[in-house]
Design a protein around this ligand. Structure first.
Ligand code: ZN
Length: 482
């Protein structure tokens, strides 16, 4: 495939260090709160990328960290610890907060059909590894201890790589909040590898280290976790564009200094989800979660569809109106697929191969998922039988993960159930989706129609005994559980 590489600022043919194998790393969530749907946009697009690479036949090893220690309120090394902030907010321990929000994150991912990475590593589970790498950096002369902390010395690098194709707002993330001059730093860009208690007395999680009791910086965790599970050569590093600086810049600095050779060839950055008032964030008013979408009656997969409709390198504007449009299009698509009920004939292999070739070329052009969705409509319009259409849609859905055939089957079942509950003369029963109850309500209506009121009352009493209340409405009846 061709993929835009943020490190070279060019769209390039995707290559791997080991042929056929992709070592892929994703910056995981800091588990101090629910993920908002802007965070989840990145994970949806990364999931589509992983699935497309697998679809192309690559063997993918995808690794993700869970940040449960060390991420300060500012992405630079200042401000309050995010985990501690979460623990205080909810009056719980840091580990309880981490456990709860890690679970919540993966629940959201499951609802959005985001596959769990092959390796998921919480930072607190790999402290020895961080200490080993920080010690190595000190030995090689790339790090120094000052004022109780250990810092990476950026002046020792031939160049301190910054992804300079991002706008000023992105680059300013690290220094936007709570800028504090740190007198211990030798150079402005130096960053903390290890904090000790002398700077943050109230840090909840601490470990012994050669530099005192303390905890790791945020950046070192991703380098260490990737080097441990992906090996020395990383093919593809993913993250939201707000991680590009200083987080990814610092990952490159410390990994290459430690390894002594280039580390990661390709960088994939997903752009922001914006609202009309700017970038979505937890600190602003619009804190939208998957649960909130569900409460408002949206299928989480309609949000996935909304994300796939736009390119990952463009900012996407969220509004309820935009989501409504996407949800409407998604449900219409499912409806059209549900109508593909034909069973005559086999799969037209030649036509299927042609459609697949087009899909590979379109989505393989810098992960153009919106063209991937267009390919779905092309399948619906193609002059082939329903068996072929269903097979090709199922195949494309290995990448898009919109549960197309499953949702279509569910819709057909729902419609069949509704048809069952519609009695003679168009009498309809509206209930809570229990065909046995619907049947009793219909029997009662028929008894009434035949003026067999004793039978009608008997059924009403039976339903009442089961906690069901019936209300007669024009042209039918409505029932509910009390
Ligand atoms: Zn990271």
């Amino acid at each position: 495939m061709y993929l835009y590489n943020s490190a070279t600022h060019k769209k390039e043919e995707f290559k791997t260090h080991t042929p056929g194998r992709v070592e892929m790393y994703t910056c995981g969530p800091t588990v101090y709160h629910f993920a908002h749907i802007g965070n989840l946009r990145s994970y949806i697009m990364e999931d589509a990328l992983e699935k497309f690479l697998r679809y192309e036949g690559y063997d993918v090893n995808r690794v993700m960290n869970i940040t449960d220690v060390g991420h300060l309120a500012s992405d630079a090394d200042t401000g309050e610890d995010k985990m501690l902030k979460g623990a205080r907010r909810e009056n719980k321990s840091v580990m309880d907060i981490a456990r709860f929000y890690t679970g919540a994150f993966f629940d959201d991912c499951a609802k959005l059909n985001i596959k769990t990475p092959d390796v998921v590593q919480p930072a607190t589970g790999l402290i020895d590894e961080f200490i080993k790498v920080v010690s190595g950096l000190i030995e090689k002369g790339y790090a120094y201890a000052a004022g109780g902390n250990v810092y990476f010395d950026t002046s020792r690098l031939d160049r301190y790589y910054v992804f300079n194709d991002h706008d000023e707002e992105d680059l300013a993330v690290g220094v936007r909040e709570g800028v504090e001059e740190d007198a211990n730093k030798r150079n402005k860009n130096d960053f903390v590898l290890w904090f000790t208690k002398c700077k943050f007395e109230d840090q909840a999680l601490k470990w012994d280290s050669p530099w005192g009791v303390g905890y790791p910086g945020w950046h070192i965790e991703c380098s260490c976790i990737s080097m441990k599970y992906n090996g020395e050569y990383l093919d593809l590093h993913c993250g939201g564009v707000d991680n590009a600086f200083p987080h990814h810049t610092n990952e490159i600095a410390q990994s290459e200094a430690y390894l002594g050779h280039p580390w990661c060839a390709q960088w994939f950055h997903v752009h922001h989800l914006n609202t009309n008032s700017g970038k979505m964030s937890k600190s602003k008013g619009e804190f939208l979660t998957v649960s909130l979408l569900e409460e408002k009656g949206y299928d989480p997969l309609a949000y996935r569809f909304f994300c796939l409709q736009s390119h990952y390198r463009k900012g996407l504007v969220f509004s309820w109106e935009n989501l409504d449009n996407a949800a409407g299009a998604y449900h219409k698509l499912i409806k059209r697929i549900a109508a593909l009920t034909g069973t005559d004939g086999g799969v037209d292999e030649e036509a299927a191969a042609q459609m697949k070739e087009k899909f590979l070329a379109q989505v393989g052009n810098d992960l153009n998922t919106s063209m991937g969705i267009t390919c779905l409509y092309d399948v619906l319009k193609a002059p082939v039988n329903d068996v072929t259409k269903r097979a090709v849609l199922a195949d494309f859905d290995r990448v898009l993960s919109l549960s197309l055939l499953e949702k279509a089957a569910a819709l057909r079942e729902k419609e069949a159930a509704q048809a069952r509950t519609a009695g003679a003369d168009g009498f309809t029963v509206q209930g809570e989706g229990d065909p046995a109850i619907d049947a009793l309500v219909l029997q009662r209506a028929e008894a009434k129609k035949a003026k067999n009121f004793a039978e009608a009352d008997r059924i009403r009493d039976e339903l009442k005994a089961r906690g069901i209340e019936i209300t007669d409405v024009p042209g039918g009846a409505v029932w509910k559980r009390l």
